[in-house]
Design a protein around this ligand. Structure first.
Ligand code: CP3
Length: 334
């Protein structure tokens, strides 16, 4: 599919398919306080990765980890506080970049690569294993804001007032992301997804500089050694810029958020690249006839070209698991 083939029915997996909507995840989750301790325990991460595969029979497994293991490994410690989310000591100027470790600390991330090998060994044939990382821009937003943000004041203002200095941080992230993804491929990841969750807060020229160019660089470097590993990019909220992203980053597939119409995806984007998406996670949460109609619309628009069924963003924590089973039936129904 990511090589341009059209598959009928389309393969399906869901962003955040392992996680809080599954009681079996919550059981394991209660055994640790800091969420990252799950990511750094390869036995638990392996089990969590496999839970949705066993329950639903998705066509792909995504390794259970987080985009914020990277700043953690660079020495900017990440804490997940309940009710708040990730908390980091922010980096807000060029001279603080030197405090980060030179290359990404392999010791800390070793369990992530171990879980990939363990999952690869236990996945049945026909189930692809996806490795992932955050795109440099999105990871930078957490590093500069010190966690999740609403206004993105610090990171936007730094990028606008001192693009050279901010570019140093992005450069560091390009290098370490490339290493992190390469290690995942060496451990057994067969597909890579790059999450650029905050691509949508940039102007077109900023999007070019901070999303397209860094991702293109990561893709170029990975393809030198691993030209056969497909890479999916997810520039969430890119709107009119999705097309240029598909043309200029070198990715094999583009994951599209739910603000874009499936008709446009089919008529425009899919002519240039494989597409993935884009059911609104709230529609999955509600389920029923609204979901039936929407899935049929998405399938009609996209089934005549390379297409992977997914959500337009991650699955929401209070989604009933039965709606997920229903969704898979609808997608696979010819
Ligand atoms: O199943 C999968 O998709 C694989 C695992 C995965 C997680 N995070 C596990 C997780 C993946 C691919 C991610 C990506 C991720 N992490 C993104 C990009 C995708 C997106 O959602 O936009 C981002 C921005 C993060 C950063 C992050 N991780 C935040 C802001 C938070 C807190 C808010 C939230 O959604 O919970 C997390 C925590 C997190 N990552 C959880 C899980 C299962 C919940 C933690 C818990 O159980 O307490």
């Amino acid at each position: 599919c990511l090589n341009g083939e059209t598959l009928n029915p389309p393969p399906i997996w869901l962003m955040r398919q392992a996680g809080r909507y599954l009681p079996e995840y919550m059981g394991i989750r209660s055994s640790v306080t800091n969420f990252l301790d799950l990511c750094y325990n390869s036995d638990l991460a392996t089990e969590i990765t496999l839970q949705p595969i066993r329950r639903f029979g998705f066509d792909a497994a995504i390794i259970f980890s987080d985009i914020l293991v990277l700043p953690d490994a660079l020495g900017q410690k990440v804490d997940f506080k309940s009710g708040i989310g990730p908390v980091l000591k922010p980096i807000r100027s060029r001279n603080q970049i030197g405090e980060l470790k030179q290359v990404c600390e392999q010791e800390i991330l070793k369990p992530v690569y171990e879980s990939i090998s363990k999952v690869a060994a236990s996945l049945g044939p026909g189930v692809a294993l996806i490795g992932f990382a955050g795109a440099p821009w999105t990871v930078a937003t957490y590093m500069v804001e010190g966690g999740s943000s609403k206004g993105f004041n610090y990171v936007k203002n730094w990028a606008i007032s001192d693009p050279e200095g901010f570019g140093e941080l992005i450069k560091k992230l390009i290098e370490s992301t490339t290493v992190h993804l390469t290690k995942q491929i060496e451990a057994g990841a067969e597909v890579i997804q790059i999450f650029d969750s905050w691509a949508g807060i940039l102007s077109p020229s900023e999007f070019q500089r901070w999303c397209v160019e860094p991702v293109a660089e990561v893709v170029r470097s990975i393809k030198v050694d691993y030209p056969e590993i497909p890479i999916i990019g997810f520039p969430k909220g890119a709107g009119l810029s999705y097309e240029g992203y598909a043309e200029k980053t070198g990715v094999d597939g583009v994951s599209v958020d739910y603000t874009v119409s499936p008709a446009w995806m089919g008529q425009t984007l899919q002519r240039k690249t494989a597409v993935q998406g884009n059911l609104d996670p709230h529609i999955l949460q509600v389920g029923g006839s609204v979901m039936i109609n929407e899935v049929s619309k998405i399938k009609k628009s996209l089934e005549n070209g390379p297409f992977i069924f997914n959500l337009g963003h991650g699955i929401l924590p209070d989604t009933p698991p039965i709606n997920v089973s229903h969704l898979i039936e609808l997608v696979r129904d010819p």
